[in-house]
Write a new protein. Structure first.
Length: 353
């Protein structure tokens, strides 16, 4: 998801906001301020964003219980996404992680409803109305996300159930995604019917189309997984990674391009075995010739902490959700230093992208 702004960390996990959420927040603030006043509107916007965060934190905390970390929590116009380091290892863990988000939303909704019920008449009407609105939003968020089709959380639960029934994860992905296509178009259809009856519901239509399109992408992803299900990283590896110091200029590195071989990467090291980052070959090519003598590799490198590390015996499908097809996949043989890489071009060729 591009064009995101990091707003901090929550329990060690980076939280990022996509620009589309800022637009929704602005529209929401304008709508609430006209009905409840500026102060309540600001609290309402914060509560709305906090509700999305709570939903994703539910996923992240449950994943942590199963030993799965979260690389980031991304927030955008139609919700959020907790990016997990790897897939759930079992149907049970996948169902638990998926259900935790809607459960968190329902909990926040019930708490907001309790505040509305207990404090109405004791606080200003605008604050009571705001509590009731937050209750409705969170309960709706929880119920909507449990609709039985991928990429919704309910679809993940269906996928886990089907996986547990026949033991084929990829087949379960296809089944849940195909249900998601149907669910998405049904949601969009409800939005269209509501609009024809005089109820403005563009977001329902957009959400439905998004679900259907995302589900189609997941069907394609399942087909791809089936195609590469038996491919091991050792089949794609290039042995030997060139190293350079951070103060090496782009011009100097271009003159030594042959050192890269087919790895398409140079590791940036400030000492023996001390890697601080890496530069992909195409990043070298992006620097204008006129600036190549002044730009250092340290200026264009990507930090080593963003590298996806795996083992030669790992299956390609086990790392698909963690990799960027334009970045290298570093392979570390057991007990050895970093010495092999899956070059981006080989990865893209094998995935057909």
């Amino acid at each position: 998801m591009g064009a995101t702004l990091s707003i901090g960390r929550l329990a060690g996990t980076p939280v990022r906001v996509h620009w589309s959420l800022l637009i929704i927040a602005g529209v929401l603030a304008a709508s609430l301020s006209s009905a409840l006043g500026i102060a309540a509107a600001l609290v309402g916007v914060l509560g709305f964003v906090g509700s999305i965060v709570a939903h994703e934190v539910g996923h992240a905390l449950t994943a942590r219980r199963y030993g799965i970390g979260t690389t980031s929590i991304d927030l955008w116009a139609l919700g959020g996404l907790a990016r997990l380091e790897r897939e759930a290892p079992t149907p049970r863990s996948e169902a638990a992680i998926a259900a935790a988000g809607p459960a968190s939303s329902m909990a926040v909704g019930m708490l907001s409803a309790a505040v509305w019920f207990l404090l109405r008449g004791r606080i200003g009407w605008e604050w009571a109305s705001l509590a009731g609105w937050l209750a409705a939003v969170n309960i709706a968020l929880g119920v909507f996300n449990m609709l039985p089709g991928s990429p919704l959380d309910g679809g993940r639960v269906v996928r886990a159930w089907r996986w547990s029934r026949h033991g084929d994860r990829i087949r379960a992905m296809r089944e849940a995604s195909r249900i998601g296509i149907v669910v998405g178009w049904l949601v969009a259809g409800v939005g269209v019917l509501a609009s024809l009856r005089g109820f403005s519901s563009p977001m329902i239509i957009v959400a439905g189309v998004f679900i259907a399109m995302s589900a189609r992408v997941e069907v394609a992803a399942a087909d791809l997984r089936a195609e590469v299900s038996d491919v091991r990283l050792s089949e794609l590896m290039w042995w030997g990674i060139a190293e350079a110091r951070p103060d090496t200029t782009v011009a100097q590195m271009r003159a030594q391009r042959s050192r890269l071989g087919a790895a398409e990467i140079v590791a940036i090291s400030d000492g023996p075995g001390s890697h601080v980052g890496f530069v992909v070959e195409r990043d070298l090519d992006r620097v204008p010739v006129a600036e190549a003598d002044d730009v250092l590799l340290a200026d264009i490198m990507t930090g080593w902490d963003s590298v996806v590390v795996a083992r030669p015996e790992d299956l390609l499908v086990s790392v698909l959700d963690r990799i960027d097809p334009h970045r290298p996949l570093i392979v570390v043989p057991c007990g050895a230093a970093v010495s092999a890489v899956v070059p981006p071009s080989r990865l893209r060729a094998r995935l057909g992208i």
